[in-house]
Design a binder for this molecule. Structure first.
Ligand code: AMP
Length: 288
């Protein structure tokens, strides 16, 4: 069996030399932006891109602009060789791995800031985070010339920020979202999970369990604030050190919900376990 060919590009120029002829030939180009340390969640996005597009580009860039905490950036896992092997096997055409100097050359002065959907939740807990996300995603979309871009629902607020930006700036790209892939015990797959000790990893499963239970209570008619207060207490009792947020939002536009939802909603949380910040979210079925 021959290993499929995958080109690694490290510069915008190198990437464009490959992608421009694809566009001229009318091929559909898909991009899957990532920060590497790839897992099955990322690969599910790659498979979705493969199914929908003629050519697939995966980007790996640990974007310094979206980290508000230098130690978190330094600790972010980097596993490029293993990532490249997985992507080659998955039939990716180009792996694009720019470095920070390529992405933000001297004199770089532009920030894309999306108001509204970026406020609160991860935007509240991590100042500047979504400016960094919007700026780099916009650049990656322009650099790759993608027709379709694939994002995971795991980062629910990020999807809203990206969709808002694409609409507001008339970017000629279709945003595709894919469901959250989970480990057998329900923990959402994440590159950050590999920073958990065995003991913390065992406790981490409480996050999806507590969220599911809370969602069920809300759908059963319990007041959201009471159900969420109980969920916070349950997370702390399960060994989480702190809860950044646990909130009920409208699935369509992220508007905060105080009452029992009558349209699709999402329960979203971020919590700390042994210096690792985990995020997750579950759908809350509307009542009535
Ligand atoms: P990251 O490398 O964490 O920045 O993630 C890159 C992309 O993969 C984002 O669109 C994420 O939402 C998506 N992703 C991360 N984890 C998962 C998961 N468990 N299931 C599905 N998509 C995911």
């Amino acid at each position: 069996m021959t290993t499929p060919h995958m080109t690694i590009a490290r510069t915008v120029r190198g990437l464009r030399i490959i992608a421009t002829p694809w566009k001229r030939a009318g091929l559909r180009v898909g991009v899957v932006p990532t920060m590497g340390a790839l897992h099955e969640g990322h690969l599910s996005l790659v498979r979705a891109a493969r199914a929908m597009c003629d050519r697939v580009i995966v980007t790996i860039f640990v974007n310094p602009k979206q980290f508000d905490d230098a130690s978190d950036l330094a600790a972010y896992p980097r596993t490029e060789e293993a990532d490249a092997a997985l992507l080659r096997e998955a039939g990716v055409d180009v792996l694009y791995v720019p470095d920070a100097a390529e992405m933000y050359p001297p004199g770089f002065a532009t920030t894309i800031s999306v108001r509204g959907v970026s406020e609160g939740l991860c935007g509240g807990a991590r100042p500047g985070h979504f400016d960094g996300v919007a700026t780099v995603v916009c650049k990656l979309l322009m650099q790759t010339l993608a027709d379709h871009a694939f994002f995971g629902e795991k980062d629910f607020q990020q999807v809203h920020v990206v969709r808002r930006m694409v609409t507001d700036l008339n970017l000629p790209v279709d945003i595709v979202t894919c469901p959250t892939r989970r480990e057998e015990d329900g923990l959402a797959m994440s590159s950050r999970n590999r920073r958990l000790s065995a003991d913390a990893r065992a406790r981490a499963r409480a996050l999806p369990q507590v969220l599911q239970r809370c969602a069920g209570r809300i759908t059963a008619g319990e007041t959201p604030s009471a159900a969420m207060e109980q969920a916070r207490a349950d997370l702390l009792a399960a060994g989480f050190d702190a809860v950044d947020y646990l909130e009920l939002r409208a699935a369509s536009d992220l508007v905060p919900l105080m009452d029992t939802p009558t349209a699709p909603a999402r329960l979203l949380a971020a919590a700390w376990l042994d210096s690792v910040r985990l995020i997750d979210g579950v759908d809350v079925a509307p009542v009535g």
